[in-house]
Design a protein around this ligand. Structure first.
Ligand SMILES: *Cc1c(COP(=O)(O)O)cnc(C)c1O
Length: 813
């Protein structure tokens, strides 16, 4: 393989020695009876040593140069596996493979033993992981801060077509990448009471929490591309102040004596499995405050060690809030500055606003976080006071400016009075930040026009756009070595280091038949691999020559997996009606998890499995259509599916997907996109060219227009015989003969409350799918478009995104 190396050439023997030594002295195993998992552990520990050297020198540099520091606060980091990523970024992947082979161990076999670090739900958490890698690559002195969940996102098992949730025990065999920092501990308080500080500004108060726990740091080094940059992901684990209450224990209450521990540890026990919907429970608020308080305590301590006062915070520190989950940072930073450090309120406020910035990830009203005032008063009494003070100051300033529109004022207030009194975390994050960004051009535009319409008018300079990106190291180099080799072969190694500049040079090769053939060949190999995986996991035989049509993402009504399934049914019915027609063999591939409490989404999973069962067993359609639902979608599964995809489904209701990032992963790997003009699809369309994608459906403005009519689709259904046939098949139990009424609730929603406009876009989607088939039947054209997709995706590197954050928001480059 033609990959760069960043360390000396005789590294294979050194690696062999290091791995053996880790196996013996760190894992405690004899090579003669070491199991695969022991070899994985030893290899990871050996790789970690290389990382640590670089990590420490980068940390020393950051102190020495006084470089600006960036803190990325995120309740989620969807990391996936780290072994291949680390070896590849260090430039020792092939050397390690050879060293292990010398020891009789196959790297391909042991890489699969690493559990996925699934500390996130979906796109938002994966973005945080891509950003960490890009910040390391670009040499930004940064820390990611989050929670070290004992259980990440649940493991999805499909039983009789239904999703079951099982706990994900990713730490069962230890975690070779992390360092426990038993000495980095902060006390975190909840509840209690607040009293005046004494004379001086009455806005300074003293909070005496009623309950205290400890936050203990666990550090994972993150190595950037080329092994140069390295930074820290610091995750907090909740621990009790005292583990064992000895008096209680001695009095004979052995369970009560550890109750403290259980209560404290519940905070970092499990990730909330909700995506794009509000969790809204007390434990979630505890998690949010817990990690924010620990992170701010840690970073202010580091700042004071280097610079002596906190007023200089904005000059040396940027804190990015990933969505509103860490928005309580606004009040906590004010508390630290005013109450703890005695800084006057106004100076504290400008310091806070100067330091914080906020990324919005959704416009869906049900996903905008609010907390009941009562709960806040009980759990965080001082923060609630601070929020009232911020609000009063803000509303006064509006009146002073002559704003008198009562509706507008109640809309921008931090307190929502309309449904019980609740704190609006989005408005809090907005007021407390100097920058508020959206994650694609369209999303940012809609943010200005919808959720933050009035705040935007009051602070017109704050909202800006930073279109998401993905790290090519994981989503190209690691996931698709065959395509990576082809690109290096064709464009040179520059494509690895600077794809933004180099990938566009691939464009002329779209017209080179010989190159197209090689491009198609790597896809075919990836499809073969994927076909064996499906055979092995699901016992379904796929035709690797068929069009692989893929929709993998969280199951959510706005992402419209249901529309895809209805199309699948329509196609199935059409093939059955005319089995000798000129059909394009297709495999419909789905994967994704539904939030455990999201009934409709879980029903969509069952439908996918019901449809698969009927379609895959029908001898009439057997060679033409297959449906596959792969259980337990996660980063590792995405890495296998995406390089094998011909068609990428990005079909959300326009205006509802903030950006999407799987659309970018597919495009980079050369899949063609069928999609709506939503999120970053819009930018993809501009860069790739609409003629190399299949864009269909209502646009965001038309969606808004239509929604005003209430989502009644009966007229649409009447006018679309194809859709009507699909729905009546479903209603008659064509796919659920054991329970014909199973899908009635989905059907009723489609007919009477079709908020996501599945019916309205159905026919346009059908037509676009026929264009897909026409293109597929002309391989020259298909592969021409595929090459152009790959060549146009350089801009979607998360290095570009991070460079924009760093220059325009953080001023850290
Ligand atoms: C990229 C990624 C996502 C985000 O996918 P979207 O289709 O953009 O929602 C979610 N989960 C995993 C595991 C991913 O890798």
């Amino acid at each position: 393989m033609t990959r760069p190396r960043f360390i000396s050439p005789n590294e294979v023997s050194a690696l062999r020695t290091n791995i053996l030594s880790k196996l013996t002295y760190a894992v405690g195993k004899d090579p003669d009876n070491a199991l695969d998992h022991d070899w994985f552990q030893a290899t990871a520990l050996a790789a970690r040593d290389y990382i640590v050297d670089r990590w420490m020198s980068r940390t020393r540099d950051a102190y020495r140069t006084g470089q600006k520091r960036v803190y990325y606060l995120s309740l989620e980091f969807l990391i996936g596996r780290l072994l291949i990523d680390s070896l590849s970024n260090l430039g020792i992947l092939e050397e390690t493979r050879r060293a292990l082979a010398d020891l009789g161990v196959d790297l391909e076999r042991i890489r699969g033993l690493e559990p996925d670090a699934a500390l996130g739900n979906g796109g938002l958490g994966r973005l945080a992981a891509c950003f960490m890698e890009s910040m390391a690559t670009l040499g930004i002195a940064s820390h990611g801060y989050g929670i070290r969940y004992e259980h990440g996102l649940f493991r999805q098992v499909i039983a009789d077509g239904f999703q079951l949730e099982q706990p994900e025990n990713w730490l069962d065999f230890g975690n070779p990448w992390e360092f426990e920092r038993a000495e980095v501990v902060y006390e975190i308080g909840f509840g209690g009471h607040v009293a005046p500080y004494g004379e001086g500004d009455p806005r300074r108060q003293v909070w005496t929490p009623g309950e205290r726990i400890r936050a203990v740091a666990y550090d994972t080094p993150v190595i950037g591309w080329g092994g140069e940059g390295a930074n820290t992901l610091r995750l907090w684990r909740a621990r009790p102040l005292e583990i064992l209450h000895l008096e209680t224990f001695n009095a004979g209450d052995h369970v009560g004596a550890v109750a403290n521990e259980a209560r404290a540890e519940s905070i970092s026990r499990v990730l909330y499995p909700a995506d794009s919907s509000e969790a809204g429970q007390e434990l979630r608020l505890r998690q949010e405050y817990f990690f924010v308080a620990a992170s701010l305590a840690d970073l202010t301590r580091r700042h004071l060690k280097q610079h002596n006062d906190l007023l200089s915070l904005p000059e040396h520190v940027s804190i990015q809030l990933n969505d509103t989950h860490p928005a309580i940072a606004v009040a906590e930073l004010m508390r630290l500055l005013v109450d703890v450090h005695g800084i006057p309120w106004d100076a504290a406020w400008s310091t806070t606003v100067g330091t914080l910035s906020y990324t919005n990830h959704t416009l869906l009203p049900e996903a905008l976080e609010t907390w009941p005032v009562q709960l806040m008063e009980r759990l965080l009494p001082r923060h609630m006071q601070i929020i009232y003070l911020i609000n009063a100051q803000f509303l006064d300033s509006l009146r002073a400016r002559g704003e008198t529109d009562g509706a507008m004022i109640s809309y921008v207030s931090l307190i929502d009075e309309s449904q019980g009194r609740r704190v609006r975390m989005g408005n809090l994050a907005f007021l407390g930040s100097h920058s508020i960004n959206g994650v694609s051009g369209l999303h940012t535009d809609l943010m200005r026009k919808t959720v933050f319409r009035s705040l935007h008018r009051l602070y017109p300079d704050r909202i800006n756009n930073k279109t998401n990106g993905i790290t090519f190291r994981r989503w190209l180099h690691q996931a698709n070595p065959a395509l990576t080799d082809l690109l290096v072969d064709t464009l040179g190694q520059g494509v690895l280091h600077d794809p933004e500049k180099t990938l566009p040079q691939l464009k002329p090769y779209a017209n080179d038949a010989n190159f197209r053939e090689r491009f198609a060949l790597q896809r075919q190999r990836n499809k073969d691999t994927f076909t064996s995986l499906v055979k092995q996991r699901l016992e379904i035989d796929l035709d690797p020559g068929a069009l692989f049509d893929v929709q993998i993402k969280r199951i959510h009504e706005y992402k419209r997996q249901l529309m895809n399934l209805l199309q699948t049914i329509a196609l199935y019915q059409a093939i059955r009606d005319n089995p000798n027609g000129d059909w394009t063999p297709r495999v419909k591939i789905f994967a994704g998890k539904a939030a455990a409490s999201y009934h409709q989404a879980k029903l969509i999973i069952k439908l996918a499995n019901d449809v698969a069962k009927v379609v895959n067993n029908d001898p009439l359609t057997r060679d033409l259509l297959k449906v596959v639902f792969l259980p337990n979608y996660n980063v590792s599964l995405a890495e296998v599916i995406i390089p094998a995809a011909d068609l990428s489904e990005q079909i959300s209701t326009a205006g509802m997907e903030a950006s999407g990032t799987s659309n970018m992963k597919f495009g980079l790997n050369g899949a063609l996109t069928i999609g709506t003009l939503d999120g970053a699809n819009v930018e993809m369309c501009e860069l790739i060219g609409e003629e190399h994608m299949f864009i269909f459906g209502l646009k965001a403005a038309e969606v808004e227009e239509r929604q005003r009519s209430g989502g009644i689709s009966s007229d649409i259904i009447e006018n679309s015989p194809r859709l009507a046939q699909v729905l009546s098949g479903l209603r008659a139990g064509q796919f659920s003969p054991d329970e014909p009424a199973r899908y009635n609730s989905l059907l009723d929603v489609l007919t009477w409350h079709d908020r996501f406009l599945v019916c309205a876009d159905f026919d346009a989607y059908w037509d676009a799918q026929r264009l897909v088939e026409t293109r597929w039947q002309q391989p020259d054209k298909w592969w021409q478009s595929a090459v152009i997709n790959t060549s146009s995706m350089g801009w979607f590197s998360s290095d570009r995104t991070i460079r924009e954050y760093a220059t325009e928001i953080w001023r850290a480059l």
